[in-house]
Design a protein around this ligand. Sequence first.
Ligand SMILES: *Cc1c(COP(=O)(O)O)cnc(C)c1O
Length: 443
Amino acid sequence: MTSTPTEHPTVHDEASAALLQRARAVTPGGVNSPVRAFRAVGGTPRFIASAKGPWLTDVDGNRYVDLICSWGPMILGHAHPDVLAAVQQAATQGFSFGTPSENEVALAEEIVSRVAPLEQVRLVNSGTEATMSALRLARGATGRSTVVKFAGCYHGHVDPLLAAAGSGVATFALPDSAGVPASAAHETIVLPYNDVAAVEAAFAEHGDEIACVITEASPGNMGVVPPAPGFTSALRRITKEHGALLISDEVMTGFRCSAAGWYGLEGEPEGGAPDLFTFGKVMGGGFPAAAFGGRADLLANLAPDGPVYQAGTLSGNPVATAAGLATLRGCTAEVYDRIGVVAHAIADGASAALTAHGVPHTVQWAGSMFSVFFREGAVRNYEDAKAQDTAAFGRFFHSMLDQGVHLPPSSYEAWFVSASHDDAAVEHVLAALPAAAAAAAGS
Ligand SMILES: *Cc1c(COP(=O)(O)O)cnc(C)c1O
């Protein structure tokens, strides 16, 4: 798909367009992460100048209610006073030491105290690093190399985890990205999500080669597709039977779906907790901080105690950990309650407006995390998610944007809300929905 910069002229976007042109000269596609480029919806991505609470202000002076929230991290809203104070305080003490510091310990303690099966975590800088390192640890601990993942689950841009192509049982995937060597993809088995029989069959054939199954705790990167009842427990049972590890990727769901992430909502799978967890997004409070962790005996395989190497110049950065700590401490029961209220108000409003205009859609939930699929019927896996009317979503997206609501620019993404979304912000979203639904309907 190509972008069509002149298609949506109703809002002033001259300054964003000029910045995009400047950016394209020095940065591929003009963006530092592909989905920001608006390729799925067309038009000019808005360059944001500032953000406060639930509002974004772009370089042309347009204001938007933010339903991206940095793809999850801004759970308390932008520039929350407590987080800002923590960041300012930390920064006055220096930016990075390359030696241990107290904030790292406090953030690790906060994370470990929230998710019962965690005994230890190691801090890293991004969700990608967390899954990459968890994978290396699983391979190092088991002495095996094959990895099972599910189509439609995103675990960052880690070579063996970018493979998402191939369907059916135990298909050895082709790489989905140029630059991923076949050798990396060949050690990845991609299976359809929510399909226990496919997992059984893959393990029947390759069980003694499989180091781990990695899954999004509750997938949010193909839209929100929660595990069917019993699916997580089946993964736990099958991996245990074959001596493989289970990695629960909570980078998106962690500390968002509940104080203890998806684990806290769904509870312990039958047969025991996942062996490893990964976190990111909310736990960094908008700064680069992420983590992976699990049982202490497993984490003991990591350097300096064990043979699995893993490191980072900026890992546990004192400013990032201060932001993460302040954010997690700010995630009170009231915050989770408010997020639930806001999410339901917006989802109900969207569904009512789309229904009124006859636009086929489905809303799916993981706790208070939700997404709107532009298709009818339950979405259980990536194949279902792909059967959407993306053109209708594009019209809906641009109508919302023109009316001052910034949705994620793709129909495969969750809509993220924050506790700072007050009644005025929610009303602003609700008021925009009927015209957007009409646009989606093509009327
Ligand atoms: C966002 C995400 C990642 C990657 O995190 P980055 O910080 O973007 O590298 C990994 N797994 C899941 C489930 C995610 O949502």
